[in-house]
Design a protein around this ligand. Structure first.
Ligand SMILES: O=C(O)c1ccccc1NCC(=O)[C@H](O)[C@H](O)COP(=O)(O)O
Length: 269
């Protein structure tokens, strides 16, 4: 585990809570038949949508208040708005998530669902089924190869999250094939889209690359895609208001941009 002193207090608290949940797994190992994440991205691309993972995030350390709406309704709105996949928080103490919410959401939609949590122990993998699980390179450290294998043995697809080149190399050495670059610095909790732009050039083409955090507008979507993102993970900007409309605006960022160009050229000055 990395030096805890560099982490924001909220993140240290999240990690401590995660360790206390390390035995949350069921009595036995789960066996998952996952919905294919890459295929979901390909379907989105084929019909002109930017591949986007929309996140059901009731609250967070950087969010004011808690969204009390039914998470299943929120999830269905995101899918109606064109989300290729969903991310569901299962961390209860700081994000208002739960494994029950993930089960209900996964039952209600037909797109892949990522379990967004701070997993630090193999036993946590058995708490709930999902199509994808998240492993944060900085938090799992040298355990990454074994946790990656343990997750894949259960049938999960694995999104390995990194924040810099060292963590990227660690993830690639461990055999990660789906990598997310989190624009949020877990030490200061500040967001910088330049993070993705600095790491993306060093990711092999055969790796599925996802830009995470801080994406708030169609321009941000286009910026991350121009920097090499195969897909994006967006929470706050979608959760803040009408989730269907917010999702649709972001997944159409490249279609509208083209139509904008057509509009300009078709309308003589
Ligand atoms: O979102 C937070 O405030 C947060 C604080 C501390 C650790 C992690 C945090 N977020 C987890 C995530 O990675 C985001 O929920 C996800 O990438 C979506 O980010 P955003 O679109 O900026 O809400």
């Amino acid at each position: 585990m990395d030096d805890q002193t560099e982490l924001a207090p909220a993140v240290r608290s999240i990690l401590s809570a995660a360790r206390n949940r390390a035995t949350e797994g069921r009595s036995g190992e789960v066996a998952v038949e996952p919905r294919d994440l890459r295929a979901a991205f390909d379907r989105a691309e084929a019909d002109g949508r930017v591949p986007l993972i929309a996140e059901v995030k009731p609250t967070s350390p950087t969010t004011e208040g808690t969204r009390e709406d039914d998470p299943v309704a929120l999830a269905q709105g995101m899918v109606a708005g064109g989300a290729a996949a969903l991310s569901v928080l299962t961390e209860p103490a700081h994000f208002g998530g739960s494994t029950d919410t993930l089960e209900r959401v996964r039952e209600a939609v037909d797109v892949p669902v990522l379990r967004k949590d701070f997993l630090v122990a193999e036993s946590q993998l058995d708490a709930v089924e999902s199509d994808v699980v998240l492993l944060i390179a900085r938090f799992v450290g040298d355990d990454l190869p074994d946790l990656l294998t343990a997750a894949r043995d259960r049938g999960f697809q694995v999104l390995v999250e990194v924040h810099d080149r060292d963590e990227l190399e660690h993830a690639l050495d461990a055999g990660a094939t789906i990598i997310g670059v989190n624009n949020r610095d877990l030490a200061e909790l500040v967001v910088d889209l330049g993070t993705f732009e600095s790491v993306a050039p060093h990711v092999p083409d055969d790796v599925t690359l996802i830009a995470e955090s801080g994406i708030g507008s169609p321009a941000d979507v286009r910026r991350m895609r121009a920097a090499g993102a195969d897909a994006l993970l967006v929470g706050s900007a979608i959760m803040d208001g009408d989730v269907e409309a917010n999702t649709r605006e972001l997944v159409r960022a490249e279609a509208d941009d083209e139509s904008d160009t057509r509009d300009t050229t078709e309308t003589p000055t």
